[in-house]
Design a protein around this ligand. Structure first.
Ligand code: DC
Length: 224
């Protein structure tokens, strides 16, 4: 059987990871895994249970107990059997997820699940630490970035929120937390390819990543 192929796409919030990772997975017929959705699902559960998202022990227990599934062939996320696809996208959950994801025990539990998914087949997995921690031997690693203004603009388009300064402040606070936390901070893996999507279309980013994947799939020979 062919070796499973992992395409790791990391980068800050708003760099376009989800859209790109989904499109690349579709083109390759790989499974798409949004690891941010897993941290969001734990955060949602904590909010519903009125627990403090900074509570290390309780959050670790939730992460271990949570059943988080991705419905095959769709972008639906299930938490303990319930469809939480929309519920995990609120601002409240975004902020709680950023806090929850800094807890080492939570990361250990979710990384184990992520490795299990990756062991089962070809995946495009997006997050913050996929190329650096979860799959350091991933066949293709991309660090997808965009400048902060552009990321704020995209978030405005996505959410329909009109307060640009508030969005920019939120993004910069989440970036700061993601990059400075002690456990698995957002860093570019040394062997990741850096892609700045600021001035690129989705099609251009998608093609650039597909080119990297094809190069690896053809026994390391570059396509020209
Ligand atoms: O990508 P996202 O915005 O849905 O991620 C939600 C939060 O989870 C965000 O604060 C970063 C964090 N996260 C993480 O720490 N590691 C990952 N692999 C994915 C997301």
């Amino acid at each position: 059987m062919a070796r499973r192929i992992i395409v790791a796409i990391d980068g800050p919030a708003g760099a376009g990871k989800s859209t790109i990772a989904r499109r690349v997975a579709q083109r390759l017929d790989f499974t798409y895994i949004d690891t941010g959705a897993m941290y969001r699902a734990v955060a949602l559960w904590a909010i519903r249970e009125k627990l403090d998202p900074a509570g290390m022990q309780q959050m670790e227990e939730l992460a271990k107990a949570a059943s988080i599934e991705f419905e095959p062939g769709s972008v639906r996320v299930l938490l303990n059997g319930e469809d939480v696809t929309a519920a995990i996208r609120t601002d409240e959950v975004s902020n709680a997820a950023s806090i929850v994801s800094a807890i080492p025990g939570v990361r250990r539990a979710l990384v184990e699940t992520q490795r299990g998914i990756g062991a089962a087949g070809n995946v495009v997995m997006e997050g913050r630490d996929i190329g650096s921690v979860v799959f350091p031997d991933a066949a293709v690693k991309v660090f997808l970035d965009a400048d902060a203004d552009e990321r704020a603009r995209r978030r405005l388009d996505q959410t329909g929120i009109t307060d640009r300064d508030a969005i920019a402040a939120q993004i910069s606070e989440r970036d700061r937390r993601d990059r400075t936390r002690a456990e698995s901070p957002l860093v570019q893996a040394p062997d990741a390819v850096y892609l700045d999507s600021t001035a690129l279309s989705h099609e251009e980013v998608e093609e650039a990543i597909l080119k990297l994947v094809r190069a690896r799939m053809s026994n390391g020979k570059e396509y020209h």
